[in-house]
Structure formats: C-alpha cells, structure tokens
Design a protein around this ligand. Sequence first.
Ligand code: HEM
Length: 147
Amino acid sequence: MNITFYTTIVFIHVVSAVLSIGPLFIIIPLINRLRKMVEANEEIYLSLIQVIVRVVMHAGHVLVVSGVLLILSGPWPWHTSWVVMTVIVMGISGVFLATAFTRVLRRFHEPGLDKLYILYRLKRTTWIYIGLMIIMLWLMVQKPIFW
Ligand code: HEM
C-alpha cells in the first residue's frame, strides 16, 4: 500500500468533485416538479434546491483548496496546460454559480414575475454549470497537453 499526503489529497479532491457535480442532477427533476405549480410543495422543492446549491458551493471550495494543495505538493507545475485551462474554466463557473443561482432563487417570490420563466432560467443555469463541471472533469482526468 502506498498512501501518502499527496494520494490522500487526491482522494479528498475526487470526493469533493463528486459532491460538486452529482447533486446538480437532482435540481433538474425538482425544477420539473416546481413547474407543475402545486403551491403546497413549492417551499419544499425550493428549500431542497437551496440545500443542493449550498452543498455544491462548499464542495467546490474543498475542490479548489485541495487542487491548490496538489499543485503545491505534487509533480505538476502551475503552468501545466490542463491545470491552467481548468483554473480558467473554474474562474468562469465560480463567478457564474456565486451569482446566478442565488439571483434566480431570490427573484422567485417577487410578485408579478413569471415563475415559468424563472424556472426556465434556473434549469438553463443548472445545465450550463453541469457542462462547465464536465469540461473541468475531462481536463483533470485526460490531462491534455495544449502547449
Ligand atoms: C483550482 C483548480 C484545480 C486544480 C489546481 C487541480 C489540480 C489537480 C491535480 C494536481 C491533480 C492530480 C493529478 C494526478 O496527480 O494524477 C488533480 C486530480 C483530479 N482532479 Fe483536479 N484540480 C482542480 C479542479 C478540479 C475540478 C474543478 C475537478 C472536477 C470538476 C477536478 C477533478 C479532478 C479529478 C477527478 C482528479 C483525479 C484525476 C486523476 O488522478 O487522474 N479538479 N487535480
């Protein structure tokens, strides 16, 4: 067995990757249920979506911190092309998630707003975020050399 500081951090990094992507897939069926407009269930689904967004956010922070530790303690330098590309995509999705989800969720209760349109935006936001996460997962696992 060869358990080192580095391999332990890789494991933590992968677990946090799972937790930053997986829960997002639950948001989609929750949005579909919200579209059915059963008022009684609205708060339950909305609070579940909020919990999911919070889990994904915390896991995302662990993902970045463990990623930085891997760079500091491991064999890959900062300028490795797949690392640079991941950091760039991460920058985009960080700004994106930090604002988009909370902004859309906050607007849900504003009177006079078209709920169906807000749900459409929430679904689109979720898919874009899943897409960005999958791109980063690909970069991390395939480690393509661009330059
Ligand atoms: C600041 C951003 C990040 C940095 C600096 C970083 C850095 C690293 C490093 C150095 C490794 C170790 C590679 C190895 O020794 O084999 C690694 C592995 C991994 N990373 Fe990241 N990472 C970051 C973000 C992410 C993100 C956003 C995801 C998922 C969406 C992710 C998923 C993975 C996975 C699945 C592995 C295991 C792949 C393997 O060992 O072949 N990482 N990461």
